[in-house]
Design a protein around this ligand. Sequence first.
Ligand code: C2E
Ligand code: CA
Ligand code: CA
Length: 456
Amino acid sequence: MSESLFDKVKINHFSPNDSAMQDSLTGLDRYEIFLKKLQKAIDNIGDRRISITYTDIKHFKYINDTYGYQVGDALLQDFVKEMTENNEYVICCSRVYSDNFVAAGYLVGEVSNEQFRDFIQELNQEREVRFREKYLNSRLQFCSGISIIDKNSRSLDAETAVSNANLARKVAKELEEDCCVLFDHSMMEGIKREVEITSQVPKAIANHEFKVYYQPKIETSTLKLVGAEALVRWQKPDGSFVYPDQFIPFIERSGQVVDVDYYVYREVFRFLAERIAAGKKVVPVSLNVSRVHLTKMSILEYVKSLFEEYKIPSELIEFELTESIYLDNTAQALKLVDGLHKFGTKVSMDDFGSGYSSLNLLSRLPIDIIKLDKVFLKDDTLQESDKIVISCMVDMAKRLRIVSLCEGVETPEQSNYLKEIGCQLQQGYYFSRPVPQEQFEQIIDNEYNDRDSENK
Ligand code: C2E
Ligand code: CA
Ligand code: CA
């Protein structure tokens, strides 16, 4: 516990609240009261505009977990003080729950909705600097969503206005830079799509609408097939395809990705076991591991049961965990890697270099392979700066005895460059797109027929 933090933080003890109308910690109106006041203001809106700003404090939990609730409470009180003081335009404010706050106010004069957004964004950023210093947390962030209504708005209902602001806040929370977003009706479309997708998933699993595609992995020195990555596709009954980027983020939020991943894993185990039983050649297949598994950890049990059921050698399975998983929760990720290693399977760090640079993690993590993200190969002709970064990463991996694989190889120039710098494995459209199982089987069969005839 940091002494200096307590020195800096003045713990405000609000006098015990005898009013059933107020939140005892912050002294703000209780949410039901807030809604009533807001509705009254809306009913009398006239020619005015009302802004509803919904704010949430990112990484607030860390403060509670690290310094205790007393400091967490002090931070909330500090925030409330700033939110309410010297603001004659505020109609009412409330804590919806925990670290979620909502404030309603009149927009004055000529200020445009966008200017108001910029104003709140600046306010959040300034506050962030102060609070990060005061509360010793360099990641603390204020994320706000704003909905603005006037007499012509589609809905003039307080609850809808708050839920729109909250929706914009969720969008803000996912953005890296902007911590403040204005609600617009297209966001509702996104929500509708999410609800539509997530409600269809259970049936899609039962109907075998998810298909596993395989993308070959190639050994640089020989240009031979040495493995594949399993990539899921959703083929709707009408034959149309939904690609992972269009549904994985939704089903990660709903938790259903666990079931889809298990479905993919089972398909891959079954595929390999069937080929082995038929005396055909096989290559190792890597499986993507969603971040959601980290919270459940039932993946280890599930994989164990698949090995018991299908009895395939463990060298045939690899797991890909994205760089961000390791960063989000290193301790839990290490546990997972450890558990997967116990089966004898290899583990890779996927999308390496796509987000934060986790160079320091690389030396601490027991991973076998790094998959350099396709962002490094974004241009057909490699930029000198990209070349430097890729070659340094490959070199570093080599020294750490980690195998390097480069994703997204689309041209012979890129492939040759990877050979020059000794990147062991490659994967990308230049060799093959992800293909359905039948096509992948042909690729394996052709490869081994060729090798057999070379050996004769
Ligand atoms: P990822 O794991 O990074 O997979 C590689 C993605 O890059 C695939 O997109 C692949 O089709 C694409 N790709 C491969 N070669 C090239 C190339 O040369 N150029 C370009 N531009 N792209 C290339 P896909 O299949 O759409 O998958 C997108 C992401 O969805 C994957 O990224 C992975 O994060 C996720 N995903 C896919 N299947 C599964 C799954 O079964 N479970 C989980 N949890 N996630 C999955
Ligand atoms: Ca992957
Ligand atoms: Ca990747």
